[in-house]
Design a binder for this molecule. Structure first.
Ligand code: BMA
Length: 311
């Protein structure tokens, strides 16, 4: 079997704190989308306080990014959101949907972590829509189209009883969510045994929705974050057609192995191209941004032919 499904960009890391014109400690876990034939990256940065904000970078080719002089998202001052974003905004995912760009992000506060939904149509201004989970949720990704008349998301609630798993929920209006069910669980004594969570917003392929997620394995020297792939049925994404048994990316480059948090590759973005390839973006060691490419077909095929049970 092929060893590498992701080809790392030779110019990695593609963005570091040295590229940011305001003081930050890190550049990581970015959402990326195509906008007017350009690529927009919304990246997370730790401030010196340890709290996070979100900056914006733009690119012609998806690899060489230039950062705007001001951050794009900082904790909101609007009363409905301020209390829940006091400790920062993290890990944005961008989903083009209904002609606008939706951003799901982690909102941190003394009440825990929950998911905020914001939207923009021009990447100049941003409007908060709603906080769409209660506390103890992270890693929420929206499907880029309605399915059977409803909005659909994958997310990862915390759980003390069972290993943290990937769930699906549905909404008529993007605010009210329900009909939740678990769709993928970690496998014991496997690369993702400790916890899993959605990574990039799902990508439509001929064979199903491609879900690139992260899986965590605990070692004597901390946790290793790797990326895996799963395929969900197009017209019923609660049905998982296959989960690749092996990981598709693990920390190997120096800036993925060593950094603010060692041994982490963590994705919030996969951008499909017209030629059947995918640009994948990931944070390296919670410190820098990296990119790579993959053949969408090969990843979908891997989920179907080298699979393990989802639950
Ligand atoms: C997760 C989140 C991510 C982070 C990862 C590795 O729990 O906090 O934002 O990239 O841990 O530290």
């Amino acid at each position: 079997m092929k060893r590498n499904f992701i080809t790392r960009y030779e110019g990695n890391p593609i963005l570091t704190k040295d590229d940011v014109p305001y003081p930050v400690q890190t550049v990581h876990n970015a959402g990326v989308a195509k906008f007017n034939d350009r690529y927009i990256m919304l990246f997370r940065s730790h401030l010196a306080t340890g709290r996070s904000i979100i900056g914006l970078a733009e690119s012609e080719d998806g690899f060489n990014f230039k950062v705007r002089p001001e951050p794009f998202m900082v904790p909101s001052k609007e009363p409905a959101f301020a209390e829940y974003e006091e400790y920062g905004v993290e890990d944005p995912r961008i989903t083009p949907l209904d002609g606008v760009y939706y951003i799901t992000y982690s909102a941190y506060s003394r009440h825990g972590v929950r998911i905020g939904l914001a939207r923009t149509s021009d990447f100049e201004s941003i409007e908060r829509v709603a906080l769409i989970t209660e506390s103890d949720y992270r890693n929420t990704v929206l499907f880029p189209e309605k399915i059977n008349g409803r909005y659909v998301r994958l997310d990862r609630p915390h759980c003390e009883i069972s290993p943290w798993s990937i769930w699906i929920s549905y909404s008529p209006d993007l605010r009210h969510w329900g009909d939740s069910q678990v769709v993928i669980k970690p496998v014991q004594y496997h690369w993702d045994e400790m916890k899993i969570g959605p990574g990039a917003p799902p990508v439509r392929t001929d064979k199903g929705w491609l879900n690139i997620y992260h899986g965590v394995f605990k070692t004597m020297d901390g946790s290793v974050y790797r990326l895996g792939a799963a395929l969900h049925k197009l017209d019923d994404p609660a049905q998982v057609l296959g989960v690749a048994d092996r990981w598709i990316l693990q920390p190997e480059d120096a800036w993925e192995v060593v950094g603010y948090v060692h041994n982490v590759v963590f994705t919030c973005a996969a951008v499909p191209e017209d030629d059947g390839t995918l640009k994948l973006y990931w944070g390296g060691a919670d410190t820098v941004m990296c990119a790579g490419t993959a053949a969408i077909d090969e990843l979908a095929e891997l989920c179907l032919t080298n699979s393990r049970p989802p639950i």
